[in-house]
Design a protein around this ligand. Structure first.
Ligand code: ADP
Length: 602
């Protein structure tokens, strides 16, 4: 939904921006630089054309100007046309007219080229006429000077020359049929005059006649070419183009004005839209700000709550750790209690031995003391030297009675027996104390090489009082010693043996302890009892701390969890299989060497 709206929004923005760009381009100001360039080229063309025409006209009537037209406008026209073509893309009117215009100018250039040649020809013929006329006149005046009588002979020639001269001027100005006829009759008059004279006047008149003939030949062609040039369309075409171009600019301006109105309206509408969107944005921003402020305060509250909760939790954790430590301590104390109870029980019997023996020993002491007294008295009587025979005899009788009694009672034998019994009792006690030391391994370093069978033996001594009605079967296979904490491993054994003993619930049972080496790197110890067994639903929870099925005071629920931790810390594992009514087997598997960093027990 959000994506859909965003897509529509983007499309709308693109359309609006596109419209704006379109209107902007359409209403963009005309590039007057280009337009003025076009105009300047058009003006230049027009100018060249006009000057060209005026040069042509002027050259036509100026006899002296033999190189008509003087200026060569062809290059200037071509340059201007090329410039116009380069500036033309901005104007369709110019673009379309440029080719016809170029064509008509090229035509004009070609005609003028021809005209120039012809005009040159005409002018040189006219020059020929002039010089021949001067030559004939000079000859005539020369002849008259030599022979003044000749003047009358030259009168008709003089007249013909005058006729020819004035007729030629008229003919050149208006080469129509009338002037042409006049010229022809003047020429005929000249020819007839010519025949009357001798050389050199005669050939000079003939030359003049030929020059006049040449002028009359060239003039009509020149006039025709001039007319054709005058009627060429280049100039009017430039005018027409100029007009079209102006109209085009006007139309474009009108067009742009319309689009400018559209643009202004559109921009206005867009502005309104933007204002609306802006107001919406400001509103959203305000809402966002409020939400943000609310969020920040909520966040702060949350942070505070989290801090409080963290503090509470860490306090709770601390309390939990303390109580766990206490419970572990309790469990240790309970083990210690069991141990102390077992030791007390074990020591009790030999202690009774020693006690009874010492009592019996004490009872033997008075007759011995009496014997010693009587013997001392006898020795005193013998030492005094003045004792009577009777007194000595009586004292001898007392000593021998006491000795007889000593012998009869076999007091020495009895005492020796009592001492032996006492020594046996003491020996028993010291064995138990030795076992206790072995079990706790208080006198050794914490981690040591350790024979698990020794640990099991001392555990069994410590737990002997619990196993009174239990048949303990030792199935010790040869196993190498393991490296670990003996006191911790013994604690595991004691927990498992205690649990097994409690599994019989006071009834007779059998506990089989097996040691084996499942592989060269491990030692396994099975504690298998035929006690009550563990139900399947209870089985997954027995290693959980504080889980117990026993009555209050009987179990803490920490024995197995501590055992699990100890074994895990030694890099080993505890497995259990159990069937209710059949029995339970715990298997402790220990590596011969524990991992480098065994986690410490709490
Ligand atoms: P505790 O012995 O204090 O209850 P443990 O962690 O040692 O705590 O034992 C947890 C529970 O496992 C015992 O409560 C008992 O239900 C069960 N359990 C342990 N060993 C045996 C066993 N050999 N036979 C039957 N149940 C056992």
């Amino acid at each position: 939904m959000k994506n859909w709206r965003a897509g529509v929004g983007t499309a709308l923005a693109v359309v609006l921006a596109g419209m704006l760009a379109f209107l902007f381009v359409k209403s963009e100001a005309i590039d007057f630089k280009k337009q003025s360039l076009v105009l300047s080229y058009l003006r230049e063309l027009k100018d060249i054309d006009a000057r060209w025409d005026s040069d042509l006209t002027r050259g036509r009537f100026e006899r002296e100007n033999t190189n008509v037209p003087q200026r060569d406008f062809a290059d200037a026209v071509r340059r201007a046309l090329n410039g116009l073509a380069a500036a033309a893309p901005s104007s369709p009117a110019v673009r379309e007219s440029i080719d016809p215009l170029r064509k008509s100018f090229e035509e004009k250039i070609a005609l003028i080229e021809k005209y120039r040649a012809l005009s040159g020809e005409l002018k040189s013929s006219l020059a020929g006429v002039d010089s021949s006329m001067k030559e004939v006149r000079a000859m005539m005046s020369g002849a008259v000077l030599a022979r003044p009588g000749m003047k009358g002979r030259f009168a008709s020639l003089e007249n013909s020359l005058y006729e020819l001269e004035s007729g030629l001027v008229r003919y050149l100005l208006t080469p129509d049929d009338r002037q042409k006829e006049a010229m022809q009759s003047a020429r005929a008059a000249l020819r007839s005059a010519e025949s009357q004279f001798e050389p050199p006047l005669r050939p000079a008149v003939a030359r003049l006649s030929r020059h006049v003939e040449a002028v009359m030949q060239a003039k009509p062609r020149e006039t025709e070419l001039f007319t054709r040039v005058s009627f060429l369309t280049a100039g009017p075409r430039v005018d027409a183009l100029n007009g079209a171009f102006f109209r085009e600019i006007e139309a474009t301006l009108e067009h742009k004005d319309v689009y400018r109105i559209y643009l202004a309206s559109f921009a206005g509408a867009l502005l309104v839209l933007l204002l609306y969107a802006g107001s919406q944005l400001v509103q959203s921003y305000r809402l966002l700000n409020e939400a943000n402020a609310a969020l920040t305060s909520a966040n702060e509250g949350l942070e505070q709550r989290v801090q409080e909760r963290t503090r509470e939790l860490s306090q709770a954790l601390k309390r939990l750790e303390e109580s766990q430590a206490m419970l572990v301590q309790t469990e240790k104390m309970s083990s210690l209690g069991q141990m102390v109870a077992g030791v007390a029980h074990e020591i009790n019997t030999p202690l009774a031995y020693v006690k009874n023996g010492l009592e019996a020993f004490g009872m033997q002491l008075p007759p011995i003391a009496a014997l010693v007294d009587r013997t001392e008295q006898l020795l005193a009587l013998l030492g005094s030297g003045n004792a009577t025979q009777d007194a000595l005899a009586a004292q001898f009788a007392l000593v021998s009675e006491a000795v007889g009694q000593f012998r009869a009672d076999d007091t020495a034998g009895e005492l020796a027996k009592l001492v032996k019994d006492g020594q046996y009792g003491i020996g028993q006690i010291s064995e138990i104390v030795g076992n206790l030391k072995d079990f706790a391994r208080l006198d050794r370093s914490k981690v040591d090489k350790f024979k698990v069978t020794d640990g099991i033996e001392s555990t069994l001594v410590i737990a002997r009082h619990l196993l009174k009605s239990v048949e303990v079967k030792k199935n010790f296979g040869p196993v190498p010693p393991v490296t670990g904490s003996p006191s911790q491993i013994n604690q595991v054994f004691l927990n498992l043996v205690t649990n097994a003993a409690q599994a019989f619930d006071g009834k007779a049972g059998r506990l089989t302890i097996t040691t084996r080496a499942p592989d060269p790197a491990h030692v396994a110890i099975d504690f298998e009892d035929n006690g009550m067994g563990i139900p399947q639903d209870v089985l997954p929870r027995i290693f959980d701390p504080f889980f117990t099925t026993k009555d209050v005071g009987q179990g803490t629920g920490l024995g197995l969890s501590i055992a699990y931790k100890i074994v895990e810390g030694h890099g080993g594992r505890i497995d259990v299989v159990s069937r209710v009514g059949v029995g339970t087997k715990f298997t402790v598997t220990l590596p011969l060497t524990p991992p480098p960093a065994a986690p410490p027990l709490v």
